[in-house]
Design a protein around this ligand. Structure first.
Ligand code: 7TS
Length: 409
């Protein structure tokens, strides 16, 4: 599929914002949705909306088949061994909180260590802070090198035999760096720790094979990979999930309920209490079909070219600071930057007037912002539907921003 054919599948892109054609450069926050996903959601609500795993009526059976069919699509997408290892959640945040609250609370004690990095998103920091407080475990940070990458020497010196959990993002939502999670998992395992991977920014953009990475848990969100909001995935190795307690209790996750005791359903359903996110999961299944049709390898290649082009073009803007490694080989498809003394919210506002959507703020990574010595930054993030023309418009917009605020230069 060529880029123009891909763009035609995303109806939202075909509009004007503030009188200018929309240039959507905020896919790291949430991606746009192709017609296949929109129509799948529409069909579910129009034709077979029903609860799952309950009755035997025809619509209920159809909904259950579609919901469980989506689980199999996710299993295949990440190459998990079994559907029992694929839990539907509300998103990356819920998935990481589940691991911390269930596995963490049960397996950590005073003197144990949890290891993360300075570049983590808040949703891969705060759940660990909370469980560390509850259990007396210590939270430790792998430092970053000057260009924002992680060195395996630092990983080796931070992880010790006291480390029980290592949790690292595969792709940074700010620096764009791709972390060597497979190698980090090996070091974690050599020290007797488990490895958690935050795949929020990697699952949409690159092939993930959980067996090859040998991670113990993987968390990601549907809405960043062409799927609906409100659906995400927690992958976990079966032998670990089997020993873990659910964090939500109620309907559908139980086997027997007595007056004072209850038992749980088998995996993965013991972690899916209540009416699950049926439409979301079915929509995620359609998103996965779409990504497979385009091909993850083609997406990686396309974004890699865009990132290299963006780095080259954006570097020519006077007064720009680009964060993270400047070597495109070390990066995924996003560029975080600041424009001299102009506040990133002002940058984003001027760009918005040109129809260009970028994100400004701390990107839910305040410790990293402090490390970068920036209170906030602006970020342009790319996906399979972006073009070099989008980047040209961004660069033109940045030049305009600079002219607009010329008194500060
Ligand atoms: N982890 C990473 C690396 C992320 O980038 C995000 C969201 C999350 C976890 C949380 O995902 P959620 O779906 O549970 O919210 N990142 C961003 C972002 O960069 N801009 O908006 C959301």
């Amino acid at each position: 599929m060529n880029i123009q054919d891909i763009r035609k599948l995303f109806p939202i892109l075909d509009q004007e914002v503030n009188g200018k054609p929309l240039v959507y450069l905020d896919s790291s926050a949430t991606s746009q949705k192709p017609v296949q996903v929109i129509e799948t959601l529409d069909r579910y609500y129009r034709e077979y909306n029903s609860n799952v795993h309950r009755g035997v009526h025809t619509l209920g059976t159809k909904a259950t088949d579609a919901y469980e069919g989506a689980r199999e699509k996710v299993r295949k997408f990440i190459n998990a061994k079994s559907i029992q290892e694929v839990i539907f959640t509300r998103g990356t945040t819920t998935s990481l909180n589940t691991v911390a609250a269930s596995y963490g609370a049960a397996n950590l004690k005073e003197g144990d260590e949890i290891v993360i990095t300075y570049m983590e998103h808040h949703s891969n920091i705060i759940p660990w802070q909370q469980v560390a407080k509850r259990t007396g475990a210590q939270l430790k940070y792998i430092p970053l090198q000057a260009d924002g990458t992680i060195s395996l020497d630092d990983v080796r010196s931070t992880i010790t035999p006291n480390t029980k959990i290592v949790s690292v993002m595969q792709v940074s939502n700010v620096l764009g760096v791709i972390n060597p999670v497979k190698e980090i998992a090996k070091i974690a395992h050599e020290n007797g720790a488990i490895m958690v991977v935050d795949g929020a920014q990697s699952a949409p953009h690159m092939k993930i094979d959980v067996q090859d990475l040998d991670c113990d848990f993987l968390a990601f969100s549907g809405h960043k990979m062409c799927g609906p909001t409100g659906i995400g995935v927690l992958y976990g190795k079966k032998h670990l999930l089997e020993k873990m307690e659910p964090v939500e209790f109620g309907g559908e996750m139980i086997d027997f309920v007595e007056l004072y005791e209850s038992t749980w359903k088998e995996l993965p359903w013991k972690f899916e209490g209540g009416t699950p996110i049926i439409a979301g999961a079915i929509g995620l299944g359609a998103a996965i079909d779409f990504l497979n049709e385009v091909g993850l390898d083609n997406i990686v290649e396309h974004e890699h070219k865009l990132a290299a082009y963006a780095l080259e073009k954006m570097s020519t803007v006077e007064g720009i600071t680009i964060y993270g490694p400047h070597d495109p080989a070390k990066r995924a498809g996003l560029v975080t930057f600041n424009l001299s003394d102009v506040h990133p919210h002002d940058v984003a506002t001027v760009l918005d007037a040109e129809g260009i959507a970028v994100r400004a703020g701390h990107h839910c990574a305040q410790p990293l912002m402090r490390w970068l010595k920036a209170s906030a930054t602006a970020r342009a993030s790319f996906y399979l539907y972006n073009t070099e023309e989008d980047i040209d418009k961004l660069v033109e917009g940045l030049v305009k921003t600079k002219e607009y605020f010329s008194d500060v230069f």
